[in-house]
Write a protein of this length. Structure first.
Length: 429
């Protein structure tokens, strides 16, 4: 039974192969358990109802023959399970030839026993006994192969055998049956129909399994895309509470690339996109690693918060570490991309209490961060261009991290658009 590596399969097929191996192990467990129970029952029956067995099996070799075939089948099922486990450990695909083998083995062994038992006992009584219904169990469980044609093949083989066995045994050892012989031939047709029905069940299970996998993948892809648009912290919050709202103490950061429009107006869209990804991807990673959350990515800037939506009492320190790492990155970026050596940025930070909420309609919502601290941080960042500075912070934020700052200059109180009170601003670095 040749098996190819599962790594050669698509992700979808690898998933299906993994599930198929799981169902095959369960299927073999069902048969092993069935045979163990049957053996125990047979032993108890032999002890308690020996007279009935003697009436049914007149030849002394009959009962040992039954136990022999039970043990052979049990052994083959154990070997089959070991093989499936080995396939799983080796990361291989369960070969189709394996399923052909199981069908032939599971149909042939009971059939060989039935023919031998009839010959030994010289009777066709087994045709009228519940023993033949074992084939229904085999056909039903074959649906766990998750293959329409494997179940149909088992139905066909059982149907052919029962039809032949009926003709042979009634001719070789005729007895008086309770039903017309044609009814027993109809039974063979019922086995065929059972195989087809099991095949449809297997096909439906396989289709639903693949559909479930596709839905899971689609959900994960959408969630991945969602994670690219907003932070994973926000995704986590929205999962727990769809209409999340909170009032939180945070540090707000605004970052802007100086003279972005003038710098990119002569570049192609692909070049602009390449530049933005090369610059913003590391910056976003720095913010995320500093326990920050990127709320918005504009064409030439970023808005981020520290301390939301997951509460963090050290939000100001996290923001300060992000500032230092971003400035270090800017130096490295200029060395890696000499064509952008003249590029510069402006950073504005302020700490305060903001409102966070999932705002919008039933069809379109956005997790928004709003409040006076957001406006102040934005206005402070805009002052960089006017004052020809790189990092400006509010006095509120500065007082929280002043022990970490070596180089600073107090700008003073500044009147800002949309605010009644003047805000004291400090230049750092």
């Amino acid at each position: 039974m040749i098996s190819k590596p599962a790594t050669d399969l698509s992700v979808r097929d690898r998933f299906f192969n993994s599930e198929l191996i799981k169902t095959e192990k369960r299927r073999l467990d069902v048969f092993i358990a069935f045979l163990i129970v049957a053996s125990v029952v047979a032993i108890i029956f032999q002890v308690e109802h020996l007279d009935i067995l003697r009436d049914t099996f007149t030849n002394p070799a009959s009962y040992p023959l039954i136990m022999f075939f039970v043990l052979v089948m049990m052994g083959l099922f154990f070997i089959g399970k070991k093989y499936v486990i080995w396939i799983e450990k080796k990361g291989l695909k369960l070969s189709r030839w394996y399923f052909y083998y199981t069908v032939l083995m599971e149909v042939s062994l009971p059939s060989i026993w039935l023919v031998m038992e009839s010959s030994i006992e010289k009777t066709s009584i087994f045709l009228d006994s519940p023993i033949t219904f074992i084939y229904f169990v085999l056909i039903i469980v074959s649906s766990l192969h998750l293959d329409f044609w494997i179940s149909v093949l088992m139905g066909i083989l059982v149907s052919i055998f029962i039809s032949w066995y009926t003709l042979w045994v009634t001719d070789a050892y005729p007895i008086q049956f309770h039903l017309p012989i044609v009814i027993y031939q109809v039974r063979s047709f019922m086995f065929l129909m059972a195989g087809i029905c099991a095949g449809f069940v297997a096909h439906e299970l396989k289709k639903r399994m693949r559909s479930t996998y596709d839905q899971i993948q689609e959900k994960e892809n959408l969630e991945g895309l969602f994670n690219q648009q907003i932070s994973k912290e926000m995704v986590g919050v929205l999962k727990q509470e769809k209409d999340f709202t909170a009032k939180m103490e945070v540090t707000v950061m605004f970052l802007d690339i100086r003279d972005f429009t003038q710098r990119v107006q002569h570049l192609s869209p692909d070049e602009v996109n390449k530049f933005q990804n090369a610059f913003f991807a590391p910056v976003i990673e720095i913010i995320n690693n500093s326990k920050g959350t990127v709320n918005q990515i504009m064409g030439d800037g970023i808005m981020a918060t520290f301390g939301a939506p997951v509460t963090d009492r050290t939000h100001y320190f996290c923001a300060w570490m992000a500032v230092k790492n971003i400035l270090d990155f800017l130096k490295a970026f200029k060395k890696e991309y000499p064509q952008y050596e003249s590029i510069d940025i402006g950073l504005g930070l302020h700490s305060g209490e903001v409102f966070i909420g999932n705002i919008g309609t039933e069809t379109r919502k956005q997790l928004s961060v709003s409040g006076t601290p957001v406006i102040i941080a934005s206005r402070i960042e805009q002052l960089n261009k006017e004052l020809n500075t790189r990092v400006l912070v509010s006095r509120v934020f500065f007082d929280l991290i002043k022990e970490e700052v070596e180089d600073f200059k107090v700008i003073g109180h500044v009147k800002m658009k949309g605010l009644d009170e003047e805000i004291e601003v400090v230049k750092v670095f």
